[in-house]
Design a binder for this molecule. Structure first.
Ligand code: 2HG
Ligand code: ZN
Length: 459
């Protein structure tokens, strides 16, 4: 653990934690909710893919908005840098300290405040875990409007893209209440949006209100094998037309990605090997109707030769096994060595084009180049595994990957954010004017720059 791991980043002019600071935190939270033991701080200092590491010596675990407010007011006054952290499941190093920032963990802020069965509105604290919320909602006949592989540990405060409203604490400790639970509320600027994509650099989200759909009575999942990306696109289009309102997800896996989970994680695929695979899930209110629709769709795509092989099920355990083939790819990748990760949005017809382009560029120097992701959203996860990190491979990948994406008017971060790893590439997706406005907002809302420094915006 060396203090100059990141030669291109200099520690900001922040205070170094001293006895007086610790005394304040201890009086506020009690000894049980401050972590200063270096071995206990370790987990908060490293991201889970072990890509980014800081050396914070203090983790604060508030339970209420008022405590967060008092912590930030104090840190702002004393120029103490703060790194907010939820479930620490991020993939761009946004949730771990870079130097010795105090970590403000939202893990104990996990109270569900209200659940309205009629409007479907859930209000909860930011530290609630996605899967726990989904389990809670099931008793009310509702479900969370989002799902992802990290559901068992990611916290809702880090997933603000889907919220109706939120409460946040500003750098100076002021509490901003945008926790509206109304579906329509067009009264002035929609300030909640400032916090979406801000990754804790403009304020700390303490509560969220979420609009949750009813839990579907019927769920069906199809897993398909295809031999060309052209067939994948045609199948997607047909799924949209033929499944209509019951189509709830459409995910994509290429051969190298599936091979990773079958060979490295020993998962079993129900299909023979194919160049491409799709997962298509339907949610509806009448199983006979949904099953009939899905079966007709499958018959059609197979008759047309678009899909070569397929299986469909509504058995919970079989559906879970199929989803694991998709959701556990991320976990398998580090077993190959060092992983270069890219989370790209591309126009749908070019969705896969980056993968063969990269294969051609890198040839044998990569042990695995694979593409998978959220086809329905046009969001590709390109992952490149090498035995060991080298500058040479990095130079062959970047900036090519960003230039390629930018030329196609895609996004260099579809859902993972910018974090610590990508600020210097943000200009491939955002104009100079947008970046300047972001910087002005940052200066206005956090004049001392104490909130999640070194992240999101380029210096
Ligand atoms: C997923 O969709 C996650 O599985 C992680 O966003 C993607 O590891 C990745 O690149
Ligand atoms: Zn994803």
């Amino acid at each position: 653990l060396t203090k100059d791991r990141y030669p291109h980043v200099k520690r900001g002019d922040y205070a170094t934690l001293d006895e007086n600071h610790l005394r304040f935190f201890t009086e506020l939270l009690g000894t049980n909710r401050i972590v200063t033991d270096p071995s206990q701080c370790e987990g908060y200092n490293v991201d889970w893919i072990k890509n980014v590491r800081g050396y914070s010596q203090c983790v604060l675990r508030p339970k209420t908005t008022e405590e967060v407010s008092r912590i930030l007011a104090f840190c702002n006054e004393h120029r103490i840098a703060v790194c907010p952290q939820g479930g620490n499941t991020g993939l761009v190093g946004g949730s771990v300290p870079v130097f010795d920032e105090v970590v403000l963990s939202t893990s104990l802020m996990n109270e569900i405040i209200s659940t309205d069965d009629t409007s479907g509105v859930l209000v909860c604290q930011a530290g609630c875990i996605l899967e726990s919320l989904d389990t809670h909602l099931a008793d009310h006949g509702l479900m969370m409007p989002l799902d992802l592989g990290a559901k068992g540990s990611c916290q809702i405060g880090g997933q603000c893209g889907t919220v109706l409203g939120l409460e946040a604490v500003k750098a100076n400790g002021e509490i901003l209440d945008c926790l509206s639970t109304l579906k329509k509320d067009n009264t002035g600027y929609h300030l909640k949006h400032l916090f979406i994509g801000s990754e804790g650099t403009l304020g700390i989200v303490t509560k969220v209100a979420i609009h949750c759909p009813p839990k579907p009575k019927a769920m069906n999942l199809a897993f398909l094998g295809l031999d060309s990306f052209e067939s994948v696109l045609k199948t997607l289009k047909k799924a949209k037309h033929e499944l209509g309102e019951i189509l709830s997800s459409c995910e994509f896996i290429d051969e190298r990605s599936l091979d990773l989970v079958t060979s490295r994680l020993k998962l079993k695929s129900p299909l023979a090997v194919h160049p491409f695979y799709m997962l298509i899930e339907t949610h509806g209110s009448n199983n006979d109707h949904d099953e009939e629709k899905l079966n007709t769709f499958l018959e059609n795509v197979m008759a047309e030769g678009l899909v070569l092989d397929g299986t469909a099920t509504n058995e919970v355990s079989k559906m879970k096994n199929i989803w694991e083939l998709r959701e556990r790819i991320t976990e398998g990748l580090p077993l190959e060595g060092y992983v270069f990760k890219y989370d790209i949005s591309l126009p749908i017809e070019s969705f896969y084009s980056l993968v063969p382009a990269m294969k051609e560029r890198l040839g044998e120097s990569a042990v695995r180049i694979c593409g998978y992701g959220h086809l329905g959203d046009g969001n590709l996860h390109l992952n490149i595994c090498v035995k060991e990190f080298t500058q040479d491979v990095l130079k062959r990948i970047e900036p090519f990957v960003y230039e390629f994406t930018s030329k196609l008017k895609g996004s260099i971060s579809a859902e993972h954010g910018i974090g610590f790893r990508k600020p210097k590439y943000i200009h491939y997706s955002k104009s100079h004017t947008s970046i300047e406005l972001m910087k002005q907002l940052k200066t206005m809302m956090d004049p001392n720059g104490i909130l999640n420094p070194y992240k999101v915006l380029p210096s």
